[in-house]
Design a protein around this ligand. Sequence first.
Ligand code: PLP
Length: 402
Amino acid sequence: MSDNQTSSPKAWRPATRQLHAGLERTEYGETSEALFLTSGFVYDNAEQAAKTFTGEVTHYQYSRFGNPTTAALENRLADLEGAEACVATATGMGAVSSALLSHVTAGGRVVASRALFGSCHWIVNHLLPRYGVETVFVDGEDLAQWDEALSVPTDAVLLESPSNPMLDILDIAAISERAHKAGAIVIVDNVFASPIFQKPLELGADVVVYSCTKHIDGQGRVLGGAVLGRKDWITETLQPFTRNTGNALSPFNAWVMLKGLETLSLRVEAMARNAAAVADYLASAPGIKLVRYPGRKDHPQYELAQRQMSGNGTLVAFVVEGGQKEAFAFMNALELIAISNNLGDSRSLVTHPATTTHSKISPEERAALGITDGAIRFSVGLEDSADLIDDLARGVAALKAL
Ligand SMILES: *Cc1c(COP(=O)(O)O)cnc(C)c1O
C-alpha cells in the first residue's frame, strides 16, 4: 500500500506528477525507477525479522505484502488521483472483486448500475448472491431508480461512467449523495475516463478502481489493477483482504505501468482528439444509425459529461444500420483498425460487444443496455486521425456494397 501523505508537492500539475510522483531513488541514483524483481527480502538479524512482524520496524517482508517497485506505482497513482492511499492488484478484476469482497459480508446489500463491464456484472449478479449478499441493479442514468434502490440500508454501490460499451454517463455526485444516506460506500470503475479526465473522489465517491491494463499501461503489454481511497479503509478493510488472498501485482508489471504512466496524459489527450474526429466522421457517414461520444452535443447526457469530466475520453460507440451481418461486414473491411476486445490501447481496436464482451448476458439485458446487434465499440488509438478515417471509410463502403 502507498501512503500519499509524504509524496509530491501538491502544486505539481498532472503531467509532472505522472513522471515524478512516488519516485524513491536507491543509493545508486538511477534516473528511471528501479525494478525490484524479488519475491522476498532478507533481514539483518532475527530480531529485525521479529520486529518487522510485530510492526515495530518497517521493512519489506514479502512481495505479496509489499514491494518497492509496486509501492512506487501505488504512490504515483494515489498522487495522480488525489487519493490518500492505493493498493495495486494483479488485474483490473482483482481490483473490483477485492474492493467489493473486502467490504461486504453475508446479509449485506449491493446496488449497482446495470451498465457494467462483463466480469463486474458477473460478480454482482452471480458471485455476491452466492455468499449471501443481496444485489440490485438499476438503470444508472435514472436517479429515481437509485432513490428506490437506496431507500433501505446498503453497504456498497458500484458504478461505471462512462459505461462500457455504450458510454452512458452517470451523475456520480448525485448518486454518491444518495448512497451515503443509505450508509453505502461508492465504488467507481473509472477505466473509461482514466485518471486524466475524471476525478470520482472529488465528486463524492469513496473508492476508485482501475484496470491499469487499459490506459495506464496503454500499450497492450501487461495486466494490472488498482484500488484507491481513504487511508483507513485501504489499511483496515481492503489490505488485509488483498494481502491474504494473494491479489498482488507483479513488480515487473508495476515497473511497466510506471513507464506507461509517464506518457499517460500525452496519450490519452491525443487519443481523445482522434476520438472526437472519428466520432464526427461517423456521424456524417451513410449507413451509421447512431454515434455515441460524450463530447458530441447529440449524446443524451452531454451536459452532465461536460460538467463531470475534463475531457471526453478515448472511446466511441456507434451502431450501423441493420444488425450483426452489417456490423461484421464493417469490421471485416478494416485494414488498420484491429478487431480485439481490449481497449485504451495506443493502437485502435474495434469490438462487437453483442457477440464478445457482452455475449454472456441475456438478449433482454443487452437490449436494456442499448447493445444492439449493430453496435460497435471503438477504442481510438494514437494513429493519425486521417488514416483512421480512411480506414473507417472502408467499413462504410462495405456497408454500401451489401
Ligand atoms: C478491462 C476492464 C476491467 C477489468 O480489467 P482487467 O485488467 O482485464 O482485469 C474492469 N472494468 C472495466 C471498465 C474494464 O474496461
